[in-house]
Write a new protein. Structure first.
Length: 223
């Protein structure tokens, strides 16, 4: 009887000692996984920043150097790029706060995750709307510059027009044909940008946010 009692006491002690030991590693593991997921979000954001800076810088340099008559396009690109840099700063700051190891993950992650979702949703909507707007603005700039070029071309002697009329492609297209082509391309670009943005944002951010939601749910259950 005493031997059985000792066995029961030993068994109960084992269960009491093992229970916290199980909970702590599980929570620690979930926290590490959340940090890893946030690190992936930061890497994707930094990659997007590098791509935007490189593409926009090369495009602006090309316009300023070789297409000076369309200099307004460089200003347009600079404004769009500046807006992205502001978005990058805010989002990067939020992800840095979410990755704070000293912070209590469960108390802060839920609220910060809601804010992150709002940033990503705003980015998707703004990108989908801004694409056709920027395209329309660029088309207007090109068309007006082409008209100014054609007006100035009338004052150039006929023998010199061959060497002068090289830059603006629109100058060789009638306004009606340009308008039809411009609207057609704009419609395709608008629809295409919606689906491309949705796929790209989900790949870079959406799926990782969903993982964070699942990890947060598991941490709340373990807590």
């Amino acid at each position: 009887m005493e031997l059985d009692s000792l066995k029961d006491i030993w068994k109960n002690l084992d269960e009491e000692d093992l229970q916290p030991a199980r909970e702590v590693p599980i929570l620690s593991m979930l926290q590490k996984r959340s940090q890893s997921t946030i690190a992936r979000l930061k890497r994707n954001l930094n990659r997007e920043l590098i791509a935007v800076v490189v593409i926009y810088s090369i495009t602006i340099w090309y316009i300023v150097t070789y297409q000076q008559m369309y200099s307004e396009l460089s200003v347009l690109l600079a404004l769009v790029g500046g807006a992205f840099l502001f978005y990058y700063y805010r989002k990067s700051k939020l992800l840095k706060q979410m990755q704070c190891v000293a912070c209590e993950v469960r108390s802060n992650l839920k609220q910060q995750l809601v804010t992150l979702e709002k940033y990503v949703r705003f980015y998707f909507v703004a990108g989908t709307i801004l694409t056709p707007l920027a395209y329309f603005a660029a088309g207007v700039i090109i068309l007006f510059n082409a008209q100014d070029f054609n007006t100035g071309l009338n004052d150039v002697p006929l023998e010199a027009q061959t060497s002068v009329a090289q830059v603006p492609i629109v100058s060789h297209i009638s306004n009606h044909r340009f308008f039809v082509l411009f609207v057609s391309i704009g419609a395709v670009l608008t629809v295409g940008s919606y689906f491309i943005n949705r796929w790209l944002i989900n790949k870079m951010y959406g799926q990782h946010i969903q993982k964070l939601k699942e990890l947060l749910y598991q941490m709340e259950e373990e807590g």
